[in-house]
Design a protein around this ligand. Structure first.
Ligand SMILES: *Cc1c(COP(=O)(O)O)cnc(C)c1O
Length: 374
């Protein structure tokens, strides 16, 4: 079976972890934490990095550091992973969902303006599957209405909007280092920002908010979102080879494009002229004229030894969100619904070989041909 994803973990990662274990620095203090935060933030082109336990807690910590609370509204895409919405809901604020844009599958920035109310505090774009959101209009709107911008860059390590890295384009950028992300620490996350004030608040809140100078005296309701030195040890090794990891993703995308371009009924992922897509997952849409539905295609590929994943189910269709009484906006979400029905991602693991990719493309053709005959 060709898996849908696999991390690339090498000798340096192993050596760093061994160093932690041998030296006894296995908890959330130790030199790897600081180095990882510094080097990852610097890669993003921002001043401060605050590590967390995962991407979900990074998002929550970001919003908490901005003081987001009940009564506030946060504008975000309906087409994303549930963690984005959960993070908003943990603060008590209400997520306001916006439909997607056809080409990049990101939040439709032309629909953000009409979602702004007197209660809006944050715009939370998500760089879906590694393609940056068109941030220009979002920044303009945020400035005009006095809103914060928090980027969910969990799928977009190293992606660029007009030459600037995702995560550095708003007030705060949030990353995940889960096992299937471009940079992994097993489980882990990071908040990056250029604001010293936000970084200090995030650092305080992620570690139970001990008062500075007076340990065990607490002014804020805070969290334990501390990453361990062992995770940071892996993260540091990964950050030092990040260009290689991104180049591999882009190579995979090139290989797929070369072999799948022109295939009937298959829409390939976009890369806008202002964007550098990092193709976290090589995602395609299975259109009507492909010859079978997305779900049938997935089943058939699986039988042929190729693992795939269906696209996210949009937030407005999540029972947990409907149950909370969060209503869709006027006009609904036709684009997000379409993408979510038609989309799947092909194997995009960092260990894929050229032969693997050619096998996947060959199986796609074989399955499509078999449908024509049936
Ligand atoms: C992976 C992911 C997250 C959550 O990260 P975890 O580390 O799994 O908590 C959040 N948002 C998006 C868009 C993601 O893909």
């Amino acid at each position: 079976m060709i898996p849908v994803n696999e991390p690339l973990i090498g000798k340096d990662e192993l050596r760093n972890v061994m160093d932690c274990v041998k030296s006894g620095w296995i908890s959330s203090k130790g030199s790897y934490i600081n180095k990882f935060e510094e080097e990852f933030a610097s890669f993003c082109g921002v001043k401060y990095g605050v590590s967390t336990t995962n991407g979900t807690t990074a998002l929550h910590l970001a919003l908490a550091s901005l003081g987001i609370k009940k009564g506030d509204e946060v504008i975000m895409p309906t087409f994303t992973m549930i963690a984005t919405a959960y993070a908003v809901m943990y603060t008590g604020a209400k997520p306001v969902f916006v439909d997607s844009e056809r080409e990049t599958w990101n939040m439709d920035v032309s629909k953000v303006k009409e979602a702004i109310t007197a209660r809006t505090k944050v715009i939370l774009p998500v760089h879906i599957y590694g393609h940056p959101v068109d941030m220009g209009e979002i920044s303009r709107l945020a400035k005009k209405h006095g809103l914060y911008v928090v980027e969910d860059a969990a799928e977009a390590h190293g992606a660029e909007y007009k030459g600037k890295k995702c995560g550095s384009l708003g007030d705060i950028g949030c990353f995940s280092f889960y096992g299937n992300k471009i940079v992994t620490t097993g489980e882990g996350g990071m908040v990056v920002t250029n604001s010293k004030k936000i970084a200090e608040k995030a650092r305080l809140l992620k570690d139970l908010a001990h008062s500075p100078g007076k340990r065990f005296l607490h002014m804020y309701l805070a969290f334990n979102y501390r990453m361990t030195n062992m995770q940071a040890a892996i993260g540091l090794a990964q950050t030092r080879r990040i260009k290689e990891l991104i180049a591999k993703k882009r190579w995979i995308a090139d290989m797929y494009r070369e072999n799948l371009e022109g295939m009937k009924g298959l829409t390939l992922p976009a890369e806008k002229e202002w964007a550098r897509n990092v193709y976290w997952m090589y995602s395609v849409l299975v259109e009507k004229d492909f010859g079978m539905s997305r779900d049938t295609l997935m089943e058939k590929l699986f039988k042929e030894g190729v693992d795939t994943r269906a696209f996210f189910v949009p937030m407005h269709r999540q029972p947990v969100i409907v149950k909370e009484g969060i209503k869709p906006v006027k006009g609904g979400y036709p684009v997000a619904d379409g993408i979510s029905r038609k989309g799947l991602y092909l194997p995009t693991g960092l260990t894929l070989t050229k032969k693997d990719i050619l096998t996947v493309c060959g199986k796609l053709e074989k399955v499509q041909k078999s449908a024509g005959k049936a």
